[in-house]
Write a protein that binds this ligand. Structure first.
Ligand code: ARG
Length: 459
């Protein structure tokens, strides 16, 4: 028999470089446990259907168990000559048990095998990622609880806008991560159908039981169209989209932490254990972790673009191009999981500089909208109130004072509907406390939201 499991019709050996170029074992070896689980299910089904003898089945199951042990203990030698994880394992099985190993591939193709393995593997990894998201949400909820009353400037256009509470700001990310986890859950549920039995593209001539393999492997059922099943890579696109959006959220958060840790902001200080120094500038403490997380977002989004571009012109059904589907999602999942882990571990050690945050919220006319609202409450139409406060701000900029420092004379000179009482009543505390409605930034609301999140996340 020829060296390659597919070598029968070939007359000359594979070009040496092509052998390496063609191989995917470096990427797909990590799916070995799923490949073995798929083979076990397939062998049991073939036996139940009378296609394989009990004796062969027992030999296959025993052999696969041994191979699993060999791989787990690092003894197993994967070779590029056998291209991928499927053929490496099958060849080893045949080495061990002879003809029974050669019978395993009855009613199966690597095309339905790889589609099955990838789904199984990504299903497991998706659970891990969702666990990491949930952990990070818990960390953020506890921080938000601690900072329900911590006042900071809220920004639009990165210019001081209105005071907000840090707790409220942190809970904004908890919301984003909830939607992210939801996207992973949706994608995972949609991909949970078993392609096994689709064989190369058209199905098989053997009387297989596709429900049995699907159930055995924890799928919700078999896929309904063999051509679709072996060529569908939507699940990779969806998972990469979910990963990209999550990474974008982490990246926005990273950007904020980097800004907040700068000497110009000094809002927070990240723990030493998550920062590094400079080899030349002795004073430096750099926020490398948020920077790296922000950077990794680029390659995760790159993975999404790669799979979309790879699949976009592929005719049905399997094409070798599809072998390129795994490297980018594996890389994206590894990096996303790492990013989530770093954030979950780093944030509990973050020091928050409350007095600087408070001072920053108290400057830059963050209370201007509230002064306009006070005028509206006194009967002034909002557009007039806006104009009056705008003039007041211009006056204060000229005088180098804050709004609440305007005296009665200054108020009257701008507009007689404005009073010193109104400006004196302005405080960042009252600004945040007044926004006490669903979704508002008031400490009261933050506490309510924290309580709801604690219940939802079982903290
Ligand atoms: N290593 C291949 C992949 O990842 C497995 C499927 C190969 N099928 C084939 N007909 N060449 O896509």
């Amino acid at each position: 028999m020829s060296e390659k499991p597919w070598g029968g019709r070939f007359e000359s050996p594979t070009n040496e470089f092509v052998e390496a170029f063609n191989a995917s074992i470096d990427v797909d070896a990590r799916m070995y446990a799923e490949d073995i689980a798929g083979s076990r299910a397939h062998a049991k089904m073939l036996t139940a259907q009378g296609i394989l003898s009990h004796e062969d089945c027992n030999a296959i199951l025993r052999g696969l168990d041994e191979i699993l042990g060999e791989i787990n203990s690092g003894e197993f030698e994967f070779t590029i000559a056998l291209e991928d994880v499927h053929m490496n394992i099958e060849a080893r099985l045949t080495d061990k048990i002879g003809d029974a190993g050669k019978r395993l591939h009855t009613a199966r193709s690597r095309n339905d095998q790889v589609a099955t393995d990838t789904r199984l593997y990504l299903r497991r990894r998706t659970v891990d990622i969702m666990g990491r998201i949930r952990h990070l949400q818990k960390v953020l909820v506890l921080l938000a609880e601690e900072h329900a009353e911590t006042i900071m400037p809220g920004f639009t256009h990165l210019q001081t806008a209105q005071p907000v509470t840090l707790g409220h700001h942190l809970l904004a990310y908890v919301e984003m991560f909830k939607r992210d986890a939801g996207r992973f859950a949706d994608a995972s549920a949609r991909m949970n159908r078993c392609p096994l039995g689709s064989a190369a593209l058209a199905g098989t001539t053997f009387p297989i039981d596709r429900h049995m393999t699907a159930t055995e492997l924890g799928f919700d059922g078999p896929t309904d169209n063999s051509l679709d099943a072996v060529s569908d890579r939507d699940f990779i696109m969806e998972l990469l989209a979910a990963a990209s959006i999550t990474a974008v959220h982490l990246s926005r958060f990273s950007e904020e932490l980097i800004l907040w840790m700068s000497a110009q902001f000094q809002f927070v200080d990240l723990p030493d254990a998550f920062c590094t120094g400079s080899s030349i500038m002795p004073q430096k403490k750099n926020p490398d972790m948020p920077e790296l997380v922000r950077g990794k977002t680029g390659r995760i989004i790159g993975g999404l673009v790669a799979i979309l571009t790879t699949v976009k012109s592929l005719p049905l059904a399997y094409n070798k191009d599809m072998q390129e589907d795994k490297a980018s999602i594996f890389d994206a999942f590894d990096n996303l999981e790492g990013s989530l882990r770093v954030f979950g571990d780093m944030l509990p050690g973050m020091k928050v500089n409350k007095s600087i945050l408070h001072a920053a919220a108290s400057s830059g006319f963050a209370t201007a909208t509230d002064l306009a609202d006070a005028l509206v409450r006194a009967g002034v139409p909002f557009r007039d109130a806006h104009e009056i406060v705008g003039k007041s701000v211009a006056h204060c900029i000229k005088e180098g004072i804050e709004l609440h420092a305007m005296d009665e004379a200054a108020c009257i000179s701008i507009d007689d509907r404005l009073s010193a009482d109104m400006v004196r009543a302005l405080s960042v505390e009252s600004c945040v406390a007044a926004r006490d409605h669903i979704g508002g930034t008031a400490p009261n609301q933050v506490r309510l939201q924290v309580a709801a999140w604690k219940k939802e996340l079982e903290i």
